[in-house]
Design a protein around this ligand. Structure first.
Ligand code: FES
Length: 144
């Protein structure tokens, strides 16, 4: 009979899988369709827009998605309406952490911003998230 003092093999394997899952999450999706499968930016969908970093189909209606590489949040407050904001919280500069319940949320100190216009829904931030200019073409989203 052997006594096991460290983590079990199963625990190590499960931890490894969790670490891989976190590593593969290149961006965060929240909102009504948060469980949707994410695809690599710019992949699929015809690929006609070389500067595209997202597809409109990846942005949930009534929610949004944070793109850390571009430091931008893309939200879809109503079906077919796409808006972009800086992902940098105006309170103290953290990158916002989630989009849920109609707001873009900063985990550092709890500020929340409305997805429709970036205005402050909950402090301590006093200034809205600045708009980030995005363009939508053929179902793909690019900066500018
Ligand atoms: S940096 Fe976002 S709430 Fe403080």
């Amino acid at each position: 009979m052997s006594e096991q003092t460290g983590p079990t093999r199963r625990a190590v394997v499960q931890t490894g899988i969790a670490a891989v899952a976190v590593t593969l999450a290149g961006c965060r999706t929240y909102g009504a369709n948060a469980g949707a499968k994410a695809t690599a930016p710019g992949s699929g969908g015809g690929g006609t827009n070389a500067g595209a970093f997202a597809k409109t189909a990846d942005i949930p209606v009534g929610g949004g998605r944070i793109f850390e590489t571009q430091s931008v949040v893309v939200a879809q407050p109503t079906a077919g309406q796409f808006v972009g904001f800086s992902a940098v919280c105006t309170h103290a500069g953290c990158t916002v952490a989630s989009v849920s319940g109609g707001t873009i949320n900063c985990a550092c100190h709890g500020s929340k911003f409305h997805i429709a216009d970036g205005s402050v829904a909950h402090g301590p931030a006093a200034q809205p998230l600045p708009a980030a200019k995005i363009s939508v073409s053929q179902g793909q989203i690019s900066l500018g």
